[in-house]
Design a protein around this ligand. Structure first.
Ligand SMILES: O=P(O)(O)OC[C@H]1O[C@@H](O)[C@H](O)[C@@H](O)[C@@H]1O
Length: 287
């Protein structure tokens, strides 16, 4: 790891588990090397924008509950082998921090990860993935997936953002009106078209075919999720029963976040040719 700018401090909240703590005039944030995972982001003058569970497990191989898990090269269950890890293989590995800068208006981080024997044992493709993060008054996160193998690869994935809300019952989500969805809440499968603004009343899990910006309003503020390279948006809230089954968040905390995921879900697979790459990007703004 190169020398860090003065606004970044290297901490170890658990053994062998490095987390960058950022204290910058524009924001405060925490970013784990495990998963290249933004755990917290609080732009100056605002409450924290991301929810991170106080019971999140900080251990290699276990995904952090909250922040922005990076799901790749598949979203959800593996398409053909349910014994493979949910949401792919990069959120549960340590990445290399290859650059960190104080850019004045924001803090910039770059993480990289390549295929190795352990990843090939689970997923046979060669890859080099880069995550570029800019944290300031806005949050920018890009996942750049390079195909370094000799055959085309097919990927799905998600930037699985846990947006903090004051109370899930007061949330309204717009930007997906008139969009077709697949509803997979509580293990069922049904489809439909979203008629109006989304309100959450219990477990919610819908995948929308949309590239549009999504806006979340609660009693205190408005958050916008802008997307690039993303044909799907997932809106997910576990509800009380699924939150209890997850086992790594306080029971009542299901009220304190809504996931709005910048994704390419099954059915919107991206094909990356040998030598090619794909950029999946989210930008979060607060007003
Ligand atoms: O517990 P995980 O593996 O982080 O997944 C959380 C949730 O992620 C969502 O994106 C899925 O739609 C849910 O089905 C899933 O439960």
């Amino acid at each position: 790891m190169n020398a860090l700018p003065a606004c970044i401090r290297l901490t170890h909240p658990a053994e062998d588990y490095p987390v960058l703590e950022i204290d910058h005039p524009t924001c405060r944030a925490r970013v784990a090397l495990h998963g290249a995972h933004v755990m917290e982001w609080q732009p100056a003058g605002h409450a924290p924008v991301l929810y991170c569970s106080p019971q999140a497990v900080l251990r290699e191989g276990k995904a952090i509950r909250g922040g922005i898990p990076i799901c790749w090269p598949w979203f959800g269950a593996h398409p053909t082998d349910p014994t493979k890890p949910a949401h792919g293989i990069v959120r549960t590995r340590f990445w290399r921090l290859t650059d960190s800068q104080d850019g004045g208006e924001s803090v910039e981080l770059r993480f990289e990860l390549e295929s190795d024997d352990a990843t090939r044992a689970i997923w046979g493709h060669d890859f080099h993935v880069i995550v570029e993060i800019r944290l300031g008054a806005e949050l920018h996160l890009s996942l750049i997936s390079h195909n370094t193998g000799e055959t085309a690869l097919e990927e799905t994935g998600a930037l699985h953002t846990y947006l903090a809300v004051d109370d899930i019952a007061n949330v309204e989500v717009t930007g997906l009106e008139g969009v077709a969805y697949l509803d997979t809440a509580a293990g069922q499968r049904s489809s439909g078209v979203e008629e109006g603004a989304i309100r959450i009343d219990g477990e919610y899990e819908r995948t929308y075919g949309s590239t549009a910006t999504v806006t979340l309003r609660d009693a205190t503020r408005t958050l916008h999720t802008h997307k690039h390279g993303s044909a799907s948006t997932i809106v997910w809230s576990p509800g009380v029963e699924k939150a209890a089954r997850l086992g790594d968040m306080p029971l009542e905390d299901f009220r304190r976040f809504l996931c709005i995921e910048t994704a390419n879900a099954p059915g919107a697979e991206v094909t990356v040719k040998p030598g090619g790459h794909h950029v999946l990007r989210t930008r979060i703004t607060v007003s």
